[in-house]
Design a protein around this ligand. Structure first.
Ligand SMILES: [Zn+2]
Ligand SMILES: [Zn+2]
Length: 377
């Protein structure tokens, strides 16, 4: 008998509404799309939340940080990013996570793992060094205004050619292994914890390392690129470019299916195509020519709850009007002496607003029960 008043089980995931079980991994797609932006899909990004409290971000493509923030997770917990390769659609939002994460409560360095390149300037360390230089003005402008302890990075660049452990903490082991994509310097990752294994393929042509490392995976995430006809129709590629990029640089859906038939994961996840009413059918049909196992065609905000007993797939329903997530740690008081300040020429242009701004300080002092002095001119 269905009750007219009692709530029933929800078929969706709402952020900050479910306690993660100690033996569970929750994976949320925060970007599943293509290298060019669209409102429906950010570029590659998968968040993995473990029952031990650890959280890991795999790829941080353009637009994905908005999705991460929609999940309302304190940014102090979003401090570990594993980059599979340095295409913009796989790491283009690293600057947003660096800055916005630092503003919103990450008071420790942003920890970044990524592959070397065939030359030092093509590696992750050089890319992140350049990113930090790009934000020189941003950081200078925040000194003495907010807590800026999070505006640093800790980069671990590793050899893209090796199959190796790149992270081992709290019972979590993350391995990297080579991928084949565009030029040398792409990798994929596996995460193992608590007897569960999640594999994340950044972009790649089908390769032997993925097959070997994804064996026994509970969730095997791998690109399945937009079909060649849809690449010409929607992505405006020439036939030559669509065939080259869609089948030789990436994994075509038929090839994705062949890969998954070799891996035989508990559940396969296909991403990296525009998922629409008229593209999903052809993508699925192509995959089903070569793979008939359990499958998700990923889209942004899809969520997988993985335990030894069950893999539950749902969509996340998000609030579009969120504030910042709560602070996990207390912010340090700002040190006004750190402020860079203005030159006399610029400060001379300030209008006198003291009569309208000083009352804001008085109201805050009264509301919060301590004295906030209006700054001296
Ligand atoms: Zn790529
Ligand atoms: Zn890509």
């Amino acid at each position: 008998m269905i009750s007219p008043t009692e709530a029933r089980d929800r078929a969706f995931y709402s952020p900050n509404s479910e306690t993660l079980d100690p033996d569970e991994i929750r994976i949320i797609a925060c970007g599943t799309g293509m290298p060019t932006p669209r409102p429906a899909q950010a570029a590659a990004c998968f968040l993995m939340e473990l029952g031990n409290g650890d959280k890991f971000i795999f790829d941080i493509g353009d637009g994905s940080v908005e999705r991460l923030f929609a999940l309302q997770i304190p940014t102090a917990f979003l401090d570990k990013v594993f980059i599979g390769h340095l295409h913009g659609d796989h790491f283009g939002d690293i600057g947003s996570l660096f800055v916005a994460g630092g503003i919103a409560g990450r008071f420790t360095p942003l920890r970044i793992w990524g592959p070397s390149g065939s030359t030092p300037e093509l590696g992750t360390a050089a890319a992140i060094d350049a990113m930090e230089k790009m934000f020189a003005w941003d950081l200078a402008g925040r000194l003495g205004q907010t807590d800026v302890r999070g505006f640093t990075t800790e980069v671990t660049e590793f050899d893209y050619r090796l199959e190796q452990v790149v992270f081992e903490e709290n019972g979590v082991v993350i391995r990297s292994f080579p991928a084949i994509h565009a030029i040398d310097g792409s990798v994929s990752y596996s995460l193992e914890w608590n007897g569960l294994k999640i594999v994340f393929g950044s972009d790649t042509f089908p390769n032997k390392w993925y097959i070997e490392n994804a064996k026994g995976a509970d969730l095997a995430i791998h690109e399945s690129f937009i079909t060649v006809p849809d690449m010409m129709r929607l992505y405006r590629s020439t036939p030559e470019a669509a065939l080259q990029v869609g089948t030789q640089i990436h994994t075509a859906p038929e090839a994705f299916g062949k890969v998954m038939s070799m891996v035989k994961p508990r559940h396969a996840v296909a991403y990296h195509f525009w998922k629409d009413h008229d593209t999903t059918g052809p993508a699925l049909e192509a995959i089903r020519t070569t793979y008939d196992g359990p499958l998700s065609l990923a889209e942004d905000y899809m969520v997988w709850n993985v335990t030894k007993d069950e893999i539950r797939v749902r969509m996340t329903i998000i609030d579009h009007h969120t504030g910042n997530p709560p602070l996990a740690y207390e912010a340090e008081p700002v040190n006004a002496e750190q402020r860079v300040g203005y030159s006399p020429e610029i400060v001379a242009g300030k209008l006198d607003m003291r009569d309208v701004l000083e009352p804001i300080y008085e109201q805050a002092s009264e509301a919060l029960g301590r004295e906030f002095a209006y700054p001296d001119e």
